[in-house]
Design a protein around this ligand. Sequence first.
Ligand code: SF4
Length: 472
Amino acid sequence: MQQKVEFEQRVHKALSDSQLRQNFRSTMDGLMAKRSQAFPDKERLEKLRLQGAQIRANALLKLPELLEQLEERCTANGIRVHWAETVEQANQAVLKIMQDHNATNLIKGKSMVSEEMELNHFLEQHGIEVLESDLGEFIVQLAGEPPSHIVAPAIHKSRQDIARLFQEKFPDIPYSEDVETLTRSARDILRRKFYEASIGLSGVNFAVAETGTICLVENEGNGRMCTTIPDVHIAVTGIEKVVEKLSDIPPLMELLPRSATGQHITTYFNMITSPRKEGEKDGPREVHLVLLDNGRSSIYEDPELMESLRCIRCGACMNHCPVYARIGGHAYGTTIPGPIGSVIEPQKLGLDRFGVLPTASTLCGACGEACPVRIPLPKLLNRLRFEQVRDDPPDNTMGKGSQRSIRESLVWNLWSWANTHPALYRLGCLFLTRLRGLVPKQLGVWTRVRKAPAIAPKTLHELAREMGIEDE
Ligand code: SF4
């Protein structure tokens, strides 16, 4: 209940911020238009989506064996693999690597898993300085905020907001609202930090089991610098990011940047298969891969909900979601916002705490149609709504049945009983139409933001009879 109240408060706050709504609306419109232009041939798009879905579904089908293969190949390549069942274990694994190298600062590339781990906060509590090097992440770190979009973390900020933030945090830099000048300032600050950092951390877009390769997609070059300049590179990822073969990557790469930002290809695509080898001039001397479960195994147990693990984190479902475009990412209160966040996060954090999220959807279907790996998001959102109120829930959905109310169950049972008994149904309809004036105009939460539906003066059967259509 607490989470629901807090969610509603965040939503109201977002909806009353016209600047925020404008920032989101214009950016989402731009991203949707770019995606559409990037896929001019709709037939080709559908073929690619099918291929992408099959690749990801195939990888999930073989997930346990692919993870073993990934560990084996990575280890053979000289990459050290760390398994973490919980966020705490993953944080401890990173901390241990830092401590083993007496490292006091970490430079990070973009990683949603590290956000899930709340790694920055954890490391800072242990006296380690953490710096985000992705421009959007750098901005939200300066502002002390979480990302509001998985691909564009500072999407909620206008350039004026960013100019004011830079002026506050770096008073020596002249005030400017020019995007290029702001980017150059950030670049100058970050460039120095790359050389000072002893350890770099990145996320993982795909981990290839066949070759033990970590793939990293990015536009700014900071990911490549995080993974090559410091002596040690740590990659953190969820266990679902594994794919079977290297040949699975090109179709996924054809889908990912186009779906995310409308780019045909990102500026950088990094493939990391080992630490620096004898005679090589650059690259880290140690590479670590932290594989995090944190509830994914439990999602995996349900054949339908498992489909959400196909996600390649392109953000297209958010960009196309009318709810996300109005309330923005922070309103969700979880690491991953939008439709996919509303499916994944309640499963990981519990339907009892985050069960309100699957209801933050109009079920218009836009998210499912935009998803490059065909995750049936509306179906999964509906399923979670059902899980919240069912009385015989399966064991693997945390917080199952938590929103069940006796009054509501009674109403629906009566409804279903009436609808399966024709005489009762007709009698009910007759009463409703004739006594419609007695139906209250205010129907609780339902009429808080909308009008109560007007009840027709005649039943459907009466209207049909008037038209000469007889009952069968
Ligand atoms: S659910 Fe689909 S559209 Fe949404 S982020 Fe994941 S891959 Fe992209």
